[in-house]
Write a protein that binds this ligand. Sequence first.
Ligand code: FMN
Length: 209
Amino acid sequence: MDIINYYKWRYATKKFNPDKKIPISDIELIKESIVLAPTSYGLQLFKVIIIENQLRKEALRKLSYNQTQVSDASHLFIFCNSTKVFEKDIDLYIENKSISQEVPIEENKGYGDFLKKTLLNKSSEEISEWTKNQLYIALTHLMTACASLKIDSCPIEGFDTSKYNEFLDINKKSLSAGVVAAIGYRSESDNSQNNKKVRKSAKDIFQVD
Ligand SMILES: Cc1cc2nc3c(=O)[nH]c(=O)nc-3n(C[C@H](O)[C@H](O)[C@H](O)COP(=O)(O)O)c2cc1C
């Protein structure tokens, strides 16, 4: 399938087959697609919490307006953005960059100082808005990777953020749940798989100036 066919095949799955689990080898590919997502300055200020345990999925369903995708999916990927940038986040990035690109760390020091000057004084609100936006790029990588593997997905924003944060115990790590992907395999009885896509026409979206 080419990329456009992946996008046509994918739909927001409303009913998963709860008995069908994603093999670990595919989970590893999906994880790799998320790791490869671009982020602002390359800092990757997010964590993804993967939930496979049935009891935990059922508890999260209750915090997600009882959406059945949350408990019936094979796996939940909970994308959590950083709410604060720490000096050590930047130091670790500079260290990683130096090792990955085989450049002496002193050569990247100036860039590290620039990042610290730019980011460390920002408010938690500014950082959260900035880091949350970037989750959606990683989410898109996941959805495209899933479609290429014939794995269904449903992006989910319909959940109680503060209750998720409490359940996952992530406030203390300066993280907040931003968006969720329920992934697995569609149930044959999911009627929404037969729905025609509802999209504006390209002429209503693009303006060529
Ligand atoms: C950021 C985001 C959040 C969404 N949240 C939910 C959700 O909470 N529950 C749900 O069933 N669908 C959710 N959707 C799915 C959309 O309703 C769906 O993608 C849209 O109607 C287009 O349909 P399609 O994805 O099947 O082409 C969400 C989609 C996005 C991109």
